[in-house]
Design a protein around this ligand. Structure first.
Ligand SMILES: Cc1ncc(C[n+]2csc(CCOP(=O)(O)OP(=O)(O)O)c2C)c(N)n1
Ligand SMILES: [Mg+2]
Length: 889
């Protein structure tokens, strides 16, 4: 018999009761599918008749999977409970002990305590470490639940007690465990940095999508591999968490499973005290086309729900808000009887034969392995789209006085009594004295628990998480491969962006590595002149091209292909960055060294998605970020929000990021070639950020012997033409190098001052070199000091330096400790303006005239040039000394 209506009717609505009864009969006799058809037909009819049928994305506040459709649990429940208890104990004991030893060192216990069942069911039955000889599932763990993941690895024998003793003590003789999932710090263990809320979910979406990309392009085998993302319910407030969920359904990513740990709390308090987070997420994800599975009530509720003939129990479940649900689990059984069941006589009656203790132990779905197993079982079988499991849990579960309390997130230590109570509750077979000392406990290797765990993992292909890096090192092309880029433009005015695009086209044709290149662009391909690549390699579209593009008869039409190579992401720098991450870590995750090139408006990179870039570095990602339309005065017309003069400062903060500001196409070629070699041939974990400008000018042919200087950060581009050595040096970077060259001519022709011009391709690399040398020097006071590259290069080059950049003065100033007293810095501090390059450069004082004036002024101060002449020069060069400082304008 089909379950009776679960919502209470108003007494006078007899008509509705009759309709429901008739509907129930259809379902009972002809099945649920027929029921659905009937409803659909009715609602269609209602719309025809002008009845406004509200769109309803919420189902009743009960489990999605009815008891009648559950499959039995395949594992040994009692054994798995013992194992889970051991994991709980070890996680909690580790954090507790460490905080007693080192107060304030931190760590979390309440998150994992809510997540334990959700993870254990996965570890025992779902998370494949391998599929045959292919890599297995990917799991994005809730970052601050890491103590539980460590505790399990300890029981599996993968982590030692010394490592546990050094949890959050990474800098000791025996290196310990990092606070959170950081592949940079534990490169054999963690794959995905997740602890910055929101980055895990959005990265998981794009990971699942990239998996399909690799499959559709024939680069990896198709497997039933899944991407699991464990997410906090509070975490879903981050825009990144939900920001890309329609991509997942649009792309039919049935390899993607979100599991939201709905413990109803975040750090300070309830996630939705006055509402229900599960319902909110159900509606959002259902609306976005996901398969939604709610796991709200544990099996102990089944009988009550079955007996709820009036529907009043479900009504009560519906009307309670999360703040109340939280309170129920922070109090006790008597409280739940009174406040929850006691509201209506019908519900009170349901529990009249239960003790308070039995009521207290009515379990939540996310803590019941049977319910969790069934949800996972359905999720992995679901086809045609992504699944989200909304699992209701209890924050701080089992932590006696801290359970479900607002302060539980901050709980790091427990009282000795609480430790003993915890030991009892979870049947940890250790004496109370050891429990008070929070000693870790691992049964012998041949104990049933450890043997069971090992067997389950062996059957699922090995341990998780595990990061094992094995990929073919690439034979990267020599510099001559980019001969066209080195040859110069033969007088034709082109931009470095155009030069880059033609390099990319060349690289895409490379016989072995061409197919590994992943061009990524967030809807700006035309801005960067990349249409030609649309045609060359196609735009990736998992369904192919279902329409005839209007521009099909044009050469460079918008060509979408199932095995297209370009990831044209639409307007999402965050999403594009996640694709960049999936591709840039593909060498480690799939054993396929993909080479991503992600080009975007430089303004919308580091400052907008800097945290994703930081996580990319943590994940040891490789690849090329191309900051297009770079430079505060080179991107003309676009004004304050577009003109970037500071991303090079932000990029300098990322340790594995090599930042470059090249002026010429051959410089770009040298940097890219060297980057390919270092990352993919030598296997270095680093990545590149290269500025690309849209100003057209003739590109010279590469002079001999400049490669090292380009890569290390500086080389002389044009020596002065005078007989004597230059008295001043002009540093230029990117498009501003042209201004430095023009200043060189002005100085020589108008003022008889000889200057050398240098292209500074990377102040940041020069600084890093100098810092490393300085460090060595202070550590070795008795030895001959080493010389930073910048000093070596400038040997014999006397006189002041004027350094001009289209970025903030802080960029050249990175060299101040080494050449500061010699240096006058010109840069683009301040807000941008809409105007053309000539006016912008005059405004920001980085035009040739300003460079020349600054040079003369400095020489005058040094007594090397007549002060009066210098003053006069300002007028002649149209440099207004009375205008407002652009830094504040
Ligand atoms: C971007 C970001 N902001 C803030 C934090 C600090 N933080 C760590 S855990 C946490 C609360 C998490 O709540 P929830 O997602 O519900 O996870 P739970 O611990 O309840 O499972 C916060 C705010 C963070 N890690 N990342
Ligand atoms: Mg939470």
């Amino acid at each position: 018999m089909h379950a009776k209506p679960k919502f209470a009717l108003e007494p006078d609505l007899q008509e509705i009761a009759e309709w429901i009864e008739a509907f129930d009969q259809v379902v009972d006799q002809d099945g649920t599918a027929q029921g659905a058809r009937l409803l659909e037909a009715l609602s269609r009819r209602a719309r025809e008749a002008g009845v406004d049928t509200p769109v309803q994305f919420n189902t009743p506040y009960v489990n999605t999977i009815p008891v009648s459709e559950e499959v039995p649990y395949p594992g040994d429940r009692a054994m798995e409970r013992r194992i889970k208890s051991l994991v709980r104990w070890n996680a909690m004991a580790m954090v507790h002990r460490q905080n007693k030893k080192d107060p304030g060192i931190g760590g979390h216990i309440s998150t994992f305590s809510s997540l334990a069942t959700l993870l254990e069911v996965g570890f025992n039955h779902f998370f494949h470490a391998k599929y045959g000889d292919e890599p297995g599932d990917f799991v994005y763990f809730q970052g601050h639940a890491s103590p539980g993941v460590y505790a399990r690895a300890f029981l599996e024998g993968r982590l030692t007690i010394d490592q546990l003793n050094n949890y959050r003590h990474e800098l000791r003789d025996t290196p310990g465990l990092s606070s959170y999932p950081h592949p940079w710090l534990m490169s054999n263990f963690w794959r995905f940095p997740t602890v910055s809320m929101g980055l895990g979910p959005i990265s998981a979406v794009y990971q699942a999508r990239f998996m399909r990309y690799l499959e559709n392009r024939g680069l990896i085998k198709k497997t039933p591999r899944k991407v699991w993302a464990f997410i906090g319910d509070g975490e879903t407030d981050e825009p990144e968490s939900l920001g890309s969920i329609t991509l997942a359904s649009r792309e039919k990513l049935d390899n993607l499973i979100f599991v939201v740990n709905c413990n109803l709390q975040r750090l300070d308090g309830p996630v939705r005290g006055n509402g229900k987070i599960i319902n909110e997420l159900e509606a959002a994800f259902k609306g976005a086309g996901w398969n939604v599975i709610k796991v709200i009530w544990g099996s102990s509720w089944d009988a009550l729900l079955e007996r709820d003939k009036t529907g009043m129990l479900v009504k009560r479940m519906e009307e309670c808000v999360d703040g109340e649900y939280q309170a129920f689990k922070a109090k006790d059984g008597a409280f739940v009887r009174k406040e929850f069941f006691g509201k209506y006589p019908e519900t009170a009656k349901l529990v009249e034969n239960m003790t308070d203790d039995e009521i207290w132990h009515l379990q939540r779905g996310g803590l019941d392995p049977q319910k969790v197993y069934n949800a996972y079982y359905r999720a992995v079988q679901h086809t045609g789209g992504p699944t989200i499991i909304l699992a209701k849990t209890i924050k701080g579960y089992g932590l006696s006085s801290a359970q479900a309390r607002n302060a539980t997130h901050q709980e790091k230590k427990m009282t000795e009594e609480a430790m003993v109570a915890f030991r009892k509750q979870f049947d940890i077979p250790i004496p109370d004295a050891e429990a008070k000392d929070a000693l870790n406990y691992r049964p012998a290797d041949d104990s049933p628990e450890i043997k069971y765990m090992q067997k389950r993992r062996a059957e699922l292909g090995g341990y998780m998480p595990w990061r094992h890096v094995e990929y073919p090192k690439l034979e990267t092309p020599p510099l001559e491969f980019f001969a066209e880029s080195l040859a110069g433009s033969k007088g034709r005015a082109v931009s470095t962006t155009m030069g880059y695009v033609s390099m990319l086209r060349t690289l895409l044709k490379h016989p072995t590595i061409g197919k590994l290149v992943v061009p990524i662009v967030p809807d700006e391909a035309r801005t960067f002149g990349m249409e030609s690549i649309f045609r060359q390699v196609g735009i990736y579209a998992s369904q192919g091209q279902l329409y005839k593009p209007h521009d099909q008869d044009m050469l460079l039409y918008y060509r979408e292909e199932k095995d297209g190579q370009i990831l044209e992401e639409g307007i999402t720098e965050a999403g594009s960055m996640c694709s960049f991450t999936a591709a840039g870590c593909s060498y480690a995750n799939y054993g396929v060294p993909m080479i991503p090139f992600f080009i975007y408006y430089s303004m919308f990179g580091f400052q907008r998605i800097g945290d994703l870039i930081w996580a990319f570095a943590d994940a040891r990602g490789k690849g090329f970020l191309l900051g297009g339309t770079a430079g505060r005065t080179t991107l003309a017309g676009e004004g304050l929000q577009h003109q970037d003069g500071h991303s090079l400062i932000l990029s300098s903060t990322v340790p594995t990021c090599a930042s470059y500001d090249p002026a010429y196409v051959y410089e770009v070629a040298v940097i890219v070639q060297d980057g390919l070699r270092r990352m993919y041939q030598e296997g270095e974990d680093r990545f590149y950020y290269i500025m690309l400008y849209n100003e057209d000018y003739p590109m010279p042919e590469m002079p001999k012997g400049v490669e090292e200087g380009i890569v290390r950060g500086i080389y002389k581009v044009k020596a002065s033409e005078g007989k004597k050595p230059a008295t001043i040096h002009l540093f230029g970077s990117g498009s501003i190098l042209n201004e430095a060259l023009r200043a060189q001519t002005i100085l020589a022709e108008k003022y008889g001052v000889q200057a050398d011009v240098w292209s500074v391709t990377s102040y940041n690399e020069l600084r890093r070199d100098a810092l490393a040398v300085e460090r060595w020097n202070w550590m070795h006071p008795a030895e001959k000091p080493k010389t930073p590259y910048i000093h070596k290069v400038l040997e014999g080059a006397e006189g002041p330096i004027v350094a001009a950049s289209d970025f903030m003065k802080a960029v050249p100033d990175q060299l101040a400790p080494w050449i500061g007293p010699r240096m006058v810095t010109l840069g683009t501090d301040g807000f941008g303006r809409s105007d053309n390059r000539e006016h912008l450069r005059r405004h920001f004082e980085v035009n040739a005239e300003s460079i020349a004036a600054a040079a003369l002024s400095r020489l005058a101060r040094d007594g090397k040039f007549d002060v009066k002449k210098a003053q006069k020069a300002f007028g002649e060069l149209n440099v207004n000394v009375d205008k407002k400082d652009p830094a504040w304008a």
